[in-house]
Design a protein around this ligand. Structure first.
Ligand code: FAD
Length: 418
């Protein structure tokens, strides 16, 4: 190319956002402008392949800014409205991938195979005349004249426009190890604190709840400050494991517990095993049961409320009450301890499981540093950013991919025509 450029638009990172950027940069580029996407991985798309349990939860039928955290809702909304969930459905249908809606609202390919999604994206990149350069790990980027030098294991590349789509730090073995944050910083950006998100939570060693490993139950989790103020609630399914808490409810609340705990180490996580019911309601019911079924053991009375194994353990370990005690013999503090174990059990979270087990990264480059009509950097001309690298993380349900599709498309299109 003229002026010593090897490319007109170069994208670093061939994940969901980078592949989308490559497709839309390629489709919108004026020939002979060259578009390429470089990635350190030998095999492209590892994270797409493991997503959604190998089925790839491509998007959700309803996507709103409230499904995300990190940057401000109105900033996130600006990008989401450029490419909605329906647009994702149409886009994939055009690529020959039909999506089906499950009763949770999650959308998956009808084949139930993430490979279908990845193969379609790779073919679309090719059809858009964009090139994928795998095994091109980038080690540094710098500005040169009105373009960029991208240093890779295979030598330097020179590009007029640069799109950073390097993802976050979750599942680092897929190639997303956080190096891209350094590129953004070296080009003038800042970074909000990054932490694992959608990550299981670890209970103190040998905690009695871990003996219920494998048990799944609907709960409402709450993050409470050291003064007792509830700052976040999350309803959903909880999976108890040998180390602590997993399943959608725990994963969804994890980033909120981590953020609160970083500021206030006295932050607690409370479990309500009777979602939608309050301490007062359950206490009133147990008082009534004392009158009608006073001779029955407390644990057996709870079988109508929670699973048997759980009832036994909540009474014995959560409330420290002999589980065979007849209802009528419970004194008031004991009855209230049982009600508390059922509706507001504080659990000692000692840490999260870290990036190895996190599905996304919270934090990143703030959207305030991005022109949200184009995904262009406000700090560095010619630079565009998209995907998980930015300070946006969604809850479980296809929202993170929707963010990647929307922001990647906008970045690719804008870089090509900008
Ligand atoms: C186990 C798991 C399951 C998930 N399931 C779902 C799901 O079903 N639905 C959903 O919406 N979300 C899901 N997610 C989240 C979703 O996968 C991510 O949010 C999304 O893939 C982010 O896309 P991205 O392109 O921004 O980043 P990434 O997918 O992380 O891609 C970044 C790419 O950049 C490359 N790269 C990084 N640094 C360099 C460098 N220095 N040089 C060259 N290349 C580099 C990496 O190799 C990688 O290919 C899941 C995540 C995990 C870990």
């Amino acid at each position: 190319m003229a002026n010593g450029y090897t490319h007109d638009t170069l994208i670093i990172g061939a994940g969901a956002a980078g592949l989308m950027a490559a497709i839309f940069a390629g489709r919108n580029a004026q020939p002979p402008n060259q578009v390429a996407v470089v990635d350190g991985a030998k095999h492209i798309g590892a994270k797409i392949l493991v997503s959604g349990g190998g089925r790839c939860n491509v998007t959700h039928d309803v996507v709103t800014p409230d499904d995300f955290a990190g940057s401000k809702r109105n900033q996130i909304a600006k990008v989401l409205k450029t490419f909605k969930a329906d647009d994702t459905v149409d886009f994939f249908a055009d690529l020959g991938v039909d999506l089906k809606r499950e009763n949770t609202g999650k959308l998956f390919p009808t084949t139930d195979r993430a490979r279908t999604v990845l193969d379609a994206l790779l073919l679309a990149v090719d059809k858009a005349n964009a090139t994928i350069l795998n095994e091109h790990r980038v080690t540094a980027v710098s500005r040169r004249d009105d373009g960029f030098v991208v240093r890779t294991q295979q030598g330097d590349l020179h590009t007029r426009k640069l799109i950073l789509a390097t993802g976050g730090k979750s599942l680092p073995k897929t190639g997303s190890d956080g190096l891209g944050y350094g590129f953004a910083i070296s080009l003038g950006h800042s970074l909000t604190k990054t932490t694992p998100a959608l990550v299981p939570l670890v209970l103190s060693d040998g905690h009695w709840l871990t003996r219920l490993s494998g048990l799944t139950t609907d709960v409402e989790l709450a993050v409470a400050s050291s003064t007792g103020k509830i700052t976040r609630r999350q309803a959903g399914s909880l999976l108890l494991t040998h180390f602590g808490l997993s399943g959608p409810a725990a994963m969804d609340i994890s980033r909120h517990w981590i953020a609160a705990h970083n500021i206030d180490p006295g932050t607690k996580l409370l479990i309500n095993f009777l979602p939608g019911r309050t301490f007062e309601q359950i206490e009133a019911e147990l008082v009534a049961l004392t009158e009608s079924h006073g001779g029955a053991g407390i644990t057996s009375l709870l079988y109508d409320y929670v699973q048997r194994r759980l009832a036994h353990t909540l009474v014995a370990d959560g409330a420290d009450v002999d589980p065979t005690t007849p209802m009528a013999q419970l004194n008031k503090p004991q009855r209230r301890a049982v009600v508390k174990a059922l509706t507001a059990l504080p659990v000692p979270i000692v840490r999260d499981r870290g990036y190895l087990f996190a599905e996304v990264t919270a934090g990143g480059v703030p959207l305030s540093e991005i022109n949200l009509s184009t995904m262009a950097s406000r700090k560095c001309p010619g630079l565009y950013l998209c995907g998980e690298l930015l300070d946006v993380d969604g809850r479980i349900g296809g929202y993170n991919f929707q963010w990647a599709w929307a922001s990647g498309r906008l970045a690719g299109m804008s870089a090509a025509i900008g």
